[in-house]
Ligand binder design. Structure first.
Ligand SMILES: [Zn+2]
Length: 296
């Protein structure tokens, strides 16, 4: 089973995670720019973070045989902080770089005018730079926030096929399926979407334009839940081609629209993709993370 995780925050993860992901079949991923828990107080902090997503993290991933790409953007939560919003002026410089395959995460957190301004401005940047857009839907008032997000997307004039609405669930997928936008689902260990609920959504809505991610970050999360979802699909009667479509071909097709995806046409990343001998200890720890969810 080959896996492309289209949304995972590796900056917050360990080398043990990279090794376990490789062993589970993960060969490529996209790390969206997001907030780091601790509020940033200056655009310079974003600039250094973006450089890390383009430099250090791809280097780290490559040591474990995984292709790393990123999205760049001002996240909705920090779009409310006037100390952060000047980063919008820095974005064009980063969006020109090869490792950037979309604008994101953008969208709504608590659905404020400041968030809407940053969201619309960054959709315009996506159009200008011919890049896809990764839209985070709010964790509270999901139905209302998703409807507002779709309205802003429609007003922007961006091709809906260049947009993924992420963190969807049973309550919101029906709003998106007819719009032509892609549909992203984040599978979590104990809240929101689970592998079995994801399988039910795929049974009802099909596999077209469907993306499954772990959204793993600094909160309680699990980078192997993409694999678990693939296993749940097989157990429910989907065949291997269906699993490959959802876990590999769909994310490849979505981000390839950037013209910058670093995977070959067959989807293989094996050339040079043999993981280096990891030097870190083998302890594989998820359970110790007691930070409350709220990221992704
Ligand atoms: Zn995220």
């Amino acid at each position: 089973m080959r896996i492309f995780d289209p949304h995972i925050h590796m900056t917050s993860r360990t080398t043990d995670d990279y090794r376990a992901m490789y062993d589970a079949g993960v060969r490529a991923l996209v790390e969206p720019a997001f907030w780091l828990g601790q509020p940033r107080t200056s655009p310079a902090s974003f600039s250094d973070y973006f450089d890390g997503l383009l430099g250090w993290e791809p280097y780290r991933a490559a040591q474990y045989g995984i292709r790393h790409h990123c999205t760049i953007g001002l996240n909705p939560k920090e779009a409310n902080d006037p100390r952060c919003t000047p980063v919008l002026d820095l974005l064009p410089r980063f969006l020109a770089k090869d490792g950037v395959v979309a604008v994101g995460e953008i969208g709504f957190d608590t659905v404020t005018p400041a968030e809407e301004h940053a969201f619309a401005a960054q959709l315009a940047l996506a159009v200008e730079h011919r890049l896809p857009a990764l839209v985070h839907t709010p964790h509270r008032d999901k139905a209302g926030g998703t409807a507002r997000s779709l309205a802003v997307v429609a007003e922007s004039g961006i091709d809906p096929g260049f947009v993924v609405l992420d963190h969807l669930n049973e309550l919101t997928v029906g709003h998106v399926v007819e719009t032509g936008c892609w549909m992203g689902f984040s599978i979590y260990p104990d809240t929101k979407m689970t592998p079995s609920r994801m399988v039910e959504i795929l049974q009802r809505y099909g596999t077209e334009r469907m993306l499954v991610n772990s959204a793993a970050d600094w909160g309680h999360s699990d980078p192997l839940l993409t694999r678990a979802t693939g296993e749940a699909m097989l157990a429910a009667g989907f065949d291997e081609a269906d699993v490959d479509r959802v876990l590999w071909q769909n994310p490849t097709a979505f981000y390839a629209q950037s013209g910058r995806l670093d995977v070959d046409a067959t989807g293989s990343t094996e050339s040079g993709g043999v993981p280096a001998n990891p030097t870190s200890p083998a302890a594989f720890l998820y359970a110790g993370n007691s930070v409350a969810r709220g990221g992704s």
